[in-house]
Each structure stands twice: as structure tokens, then as C-alpha cells.
Design a protein around this ligand. Structure first.
Ligand code: AMP
Length: 218
């Protein structure tokens, strides 16, 4: 059965880390809209140039652009057997557009990863990512300067500084948190405590996926 999984949650909740693990486990692509935008910024494409200022202000890129990116990505052959969405949808109109895109593609599991705000701020301000492949460094690995996966240099994201982190959390509260209510009443929704070790969170995500596959309410 295809696995269509949406990772919801605030910035710093661990969506990307969990999405990486689950995508690898199930042999399906991780689709991270943040990664797609950062690559566009790095390559100075037209879309990247337009998105840069919004990303660095902690604001959202337009629904129209984001829905177009995701529609194109989910139509590629490698996403036919499913996908893990990380960072999309982030607004009600994006969620509505996604429902329409997925109408004939089987159940969609929605996992919301909840983490207290002060933990998010701490995580975001100490997070480092690889400048080459975009992978997050392990949070407990503060000594390495190079990426464990590809050897690239570890750097701080340009939007992981105090002012932008506060703006991103505000944007989340205003525009993305309402999605929890949008999805909450579905049989395939589950909220998970993200303030636990990554492996414990992964086990909870897997349990939610297994329950949906077995037709049990999660
Ligand atoms: P992320 O890596 O998911 O934290 O995304 C980084 C930034 O990219 C966000 O703060 C937004 O500016 C932008 N972005 C990523 N995904 C979306 C989305 N679905 N809708 C609008 N903007 C997005």
C-alpha cells in the first residue's frame, strides 16, 4: 500500500529528521518544501530570488507558488508509491489544494509533532545543517564541523537566528497551527509528543502509520 504521510508541526519540531528516517524506511521520497526553496535560492533561479526575502523575514512564500511546486513534485514517478511531506501544507488553502491533488491516491496519514515553544527556540538557535546536502547535524554532535553523510561543511541556516526564529514561530501560530483543527477529526490524524528522543518519536510515527494500514483509527 502507498504511504502518503504529512508531517505537521512548528519549526524545530523534528519534522525533517523524522521525514528522513521514515522515507528511507519505506523507500519513498521525502518532499521538503523548505529544502526545495533553499536549493532554488542557492541556484539563484527566478523562484529562488523571489522567495529569499520572505524566507529571511520568517514569512511564507505564496500559496500559489507552493502548491505549484508540490503538485509538480508529487506527479513524478518516484512519488507514485507514496511520499513524506515535510513543511507542506502550511496554510488552510494549501491543505485544501493538497486534498484535491490526493483525492484518488489512498489514505493520507497526518502526524502532528508537538514541542513546547522554549524547546523549539533552543533547538533552532543551536541547529546546524550541511551546506552541501542540507542534512541536519545530530543535535548532540556539537564538535563536528563536517557533515556525517557527505563531508560538507556544517553551517547555521540563515533563518535560524533569534529575530527570524521569533517571526517564524509567530507565522506558524497564525497560519499553520489552524491546520491541526483542519485535520484533527480525521481517522488518520495523530498528535505525537516531539519532546522525546528522536528514536522514540520515530516509533510513534511508525505506530500511527501501521494503525492506518491496518484500518484501525489512530
Ligand atoms: P522550513 O525548512 O520548512 O522551515 O522552511 C523554511 C522557509 O521556507 C519557511 O520559513 C518559509 O519561508 C518557506 N516555506 C517552506 N515551506 C513553505 C510552505 N509550504 N508555504 C510557504 N512557505 C514555505
Amino acid at each position: 500500500m502507498a504511504l502518503n504521510l504529512i508531517m505537521l508541526g512548528p519549526p524545530g519540531a523534528g519534522k525533517g529528521t523524522q521525514a528522513d528516517t521514515i522515507a528511507r524506511d519505506y523507500g519513498i521520497p521525502k518532499v521538503s518544501t523548505g529544502d526545495i526553496l533553499r536549493e532554488a535560492v542557492q541556484n539563484r533561479t527566478e523562484m529562488g530570488r523571489a522567495a529569499k526575502a520572505r524566507i529571511e523575514a520568517g514569512e511564507l512564500v505564496s500559496d500559489e507558488v507552493m502548491v505549484g511546486i508540490v503538485r509538480e513534485r508529487l506527479e513524478r514517478p518516484d512519488a507514485r508509491r507514496g511520499f513524506v511531506l515535510d513543511g507542506f501544507p502550511r496554510t488552510i488553502p494549501q491543505a485544501a489544494a493538497l486534498d484535491e491533488m490526493l483525492a484518488d491516491r489512498g489514505p493520507v496519514v497526518v502526524v502532528d509533532i508537538a514541542v513546547p515553544q522554549e524547546v523549539l527556540v533552543r533547538r533552532l538557535l543551536t541547529r546546524r545543517i550541511c551546506s552541501e546536502c542540507g542534512t541536519n547535524a545530530r543535535p548532540d554532535d556539537v564538535l563536528s564541523v563536517l557533515c556525517a553523510r557527505c563531508g560538507g561543511k556544517l553551517v547555521q541556516r540563515s533563518d535560524d537566528n533569534e529575530a527570524v526564529v521569533r517571526a517564524r514561530l509567530k507565522t506558524y501560530a497564525q497560519q499553520t497551527q489552524p491546520l491541526v483543527e483542519y485535520y484533527r477529526n480525521r481517522q488518520t490524524f495523530r498528535s505525537i509528543d516531539g519532546n522525546q528522543p528522536p528514536a522514540v518519536v520515530t516509533a510513534a510515527v511508525r505506530a500511527a502509520v501501521a494503525a492506518v494500514a491496518a484500518g484501525r483509527p489512530v
